[in-house]
Design a protein around this ligand. Structure first.
Ligand SMILES: Nc1ncnc2c1ncn2[C@@H]1O[C@H](COP(=O)(O)OP(=O)(O)O)[C@@H](O)[C@H]1O
Ligand SMILES: [Mg+2]
Length: 112
């Protein structure tokens, strides 16, 4: 199994959720976070001079899937989160050692 962790624009969350749901991936976790990438936040022109925003609001979306589904999920997220502008986000993929469904103690990919 893999955990696909996508840092995306908050305004793209519902589009990403919808496309994952439609493609058979209903389970996911979303967290509001603050982040910065290569642009180190943004510089804004303010009336009183330059104003630097060091962190921007982002959403961290976590989806655990079977190994064979990871590439497809990454593709779906990229397409749904894409605007073409800096700050579209980043996706990290991690190996997952185990999953346990608390209600039944089911383990492994059957519990995803
Ligand atoms: N090296 C990194 N490690 C962890 N999170 C990162 C890293 N780079 C970017 N992020 C996260 O991804 C978000 C979007 O990054 P983005 O600006 O699109 O990337 P970049 O400017 O590096 O192309 C950031 O706000 C931050 O939350
Ligand atoms: Mg950036």
């Amino acid at each position: 199994m893999k955990k696909v962790e996508a840092i995306i624009r908050p305004e793209r969350l519902s589009a990403v959720r919808e496309v994952l749901d439609k493609n058979g991936f209903p389970g996911m976790s979303a967290t509001e976070i603050k982040g910065r990438g290569r642009q180190k936040g943004v510089s804004l022109q303010w009336r009183a001079g330059d104003y630097k925003v060091e962190f921007l609001p982002k959403v961290k979306l976590e989806v655990v899937v079977e190994d064979g589904d990871a590439d497809r999920i990454v593709d779906l997220i990229c397409d749904a989160a894409h605007t073409g502008e800096a700050g579209d986000g980043k996706i990290f993929v991690y190996p997952v050692v185990d999953v346990v469904r608390v209600r039944t103690k089911e383990r492994g990919s059957g519990a995803v």
